[in-house]
Design a protein around this ligand. Structure first.
Ligand code: SAM
Length: 264
């Protein structure tokens, strides 16, 4: 398999192997550092190291430790049992970083209670549960993988039990469905995309969003594109959406921007 393909952001990496001995860990890290120095040189390597040290990682288990949920373990497209036709365009499961989701939600120019929050590709539900700490009218998570959707439902129940005092929207629905078959609610919506798919799948979904917004021009629609990967280029070229906000971070996977459909 081509390396670039394997490392494409938005795809889940295989789960980590069991921890090895301290010496093996040290020599692996040393090799990684030497390789990086060879490729990037000392200045860029130092910057990359600093970023890794300072930024939260995907193995951040603090959300699950606090709430007793299971949102941390990543799943590849194969492990998620996604249909073969989507193997190229769909991402596997990896969770958003809770703090970044809070940061995004606090900056949205909306009255939460007037909006439905739709997590397109909700995975095990971490972003959706974070959104439930805000008084949205309701929350819908759409997930293609039955396995992952089942875990999301369990997490919603656990969170409701353990974090009732934090929850400001308890109307949460996990819908196990292909996002292309999902009927976008006829209401004001915040659509949250944590790089769940790319290519034609991404474009088809965005076109459906645009059509929905044209059918019901009275409603507002904001699309949060977090970890904006290949879809970003398409969005910049398309006449269907305009960017209203951009928040670039030192690591691309933590960046996000907000789009709104252009009315015809
Ligand atoms: C990167 S995870 C996002 C997890 C979650 N939104 C969060 O922020 O914690 C992407 C998810 O999108 C799901 N997905 C991919 N293609 C999909 C599709 N066509 N319809 C619905 N879900 C899809 C994957 O199964 C995966 O769980």
């Amino acid at each position: 398999m081509n390396l670039e393909h394997q490392l494409l952001p938005g795809r889940a990496l295989p789960p980590r192997a069991a921890p090895s001995s301290p010496f093996a860990t040290f020599s692996r890290r040393f090799r990684t550092l030497r390789n990086t120095l060879e490729v990037l040189g000392p200045v860029t390597t130092a910057r990359a190291l600093l970023a890794e040290l300072l930024l939260p990682t995907y193995e951040d288990h603090s959300f699950d430790r606090r709430f007793g949920t299971e949102t941390s373990a990543m799943l590849s497209v194969i492990e998620s049992e996604l249909p073969a036709r989507y193997r190229d365009d769909a991402a596997g499961y990896w969770p958003a970083v809770e703090n970044v989701v809070h940061h995004i939600l606090r900056r949205l120019p909306v009255h939460y209670q007037d909006y439905v929050f739709v997590d397109a590709g909700c995975g095990k539900g971490r972003a959706m549960l974070t959104a439930s700490m805000y008084p949205f009218a309701r929350i819908a998570g759409v997930e293609l993988s039955p396995l992952t959707a089942e875990t999301a439902r369990r997490n919603v129940a656990i969170f409701r039990e353990r974090a009732a005092s934090l929850q400001r929207c308890a109307d949460i629905d996990v819908i196990c469905q292909d996002i292309l078959d999902y009927d976008i609610p006829d209401a004001n919506v915040v659509v949250f995309l944590y790089n769940p798919f790319q290519g034609l799948l991404f474009q088809s979904f965005m076109q459906r969003l645009h059509e929905a917004s044209q059918r019901t021009p009275h409603r507002e629609m904001l699309v949060v594109y977090h970890n904006p990967w290949s879809g970003d280029e398409w969005l910049r070229k398309t006449p269907y959406f305009s960017k209203i906000y951009e928040h670039r971070m030192i690591a691309h996977r933590l960046s996000w921007n907000v789009w709104t459909p252009v009315r015809g």
